[in-house]
Design a protein around this ligand. Sequence first.
Ligand code: PGA
Length: 255
Amino acid sequence: MTSRKPIAAGNWKMNKSVTETGDFIGQLIEQVDSDQCEIIVAPTFVALDTAVAKSKNTYIQIAAQNCYFKESGAFTGEISPLFLQEMGVSHVILGHSERRTIFGETDSNIRAKMQLAMKHGLVPIFCIGETLEQREAGQVKEVLREQIQQGLQDIAISGENMIIAYEPVWAIGTGKVAGKEDAEQAHAFVRELIQNMYDEQVANEVRILYGGSAKPDNIGELMSMPNVDGGLIGGASLDIASFAKMIQVMQTTQK
Ligand code: PGA
């Protein structure tokens, strides 16, 4: 039986300045004393350098919140995965619902970004999830199938080079967490899709995180489900006490 190490990933979105990022990571280092859980923090682009320097030789890894799908060129305001890799960033969040809805990213943009990011050794945290309307219309499986098949088309993945995050859009930042059964059902379905696209080994090894109003008081029950391998945490990762508490819970739940 494969073991999947849990992952606690903090998505800070457009929060925390450079100074705040450095301070937070300093505090986190003091609170983290175990490598039983992978810890990833995703600050804004301008704070990545500080975050990488501060977390050097610790258990904390640093993610970017986006990247572009070209290596260089006339793309004002965009960031190449090549530059991120050179800085020491290890992961990149791609396909977040805020990128899809506010910035109009499509499955094919996201796939191109994942391909280039992976070419430069970055591990994508590939976000998928349905809206409330899609859930109410009974389209959860259809939406997840489409996002997975389009996003991962022609990409060779393994348990090491890809992380998937199931984030029901209606649960993000709303305080409405998915029930543990709903989360488990979606995660199990995603794993089944991965098995069909790749093989049993990849499906058993790939980590699938839950995201959407995960908090210290609900992370335990989410993590008790067999296919939930960690959390992509927004609001609750901005507070050191709450993020540290969630890491503590996740440390004890290797699958
Ligand atoms: P939330 O955000 O935990 O604040 O709901 C999660 C995310 O958007 O990744």
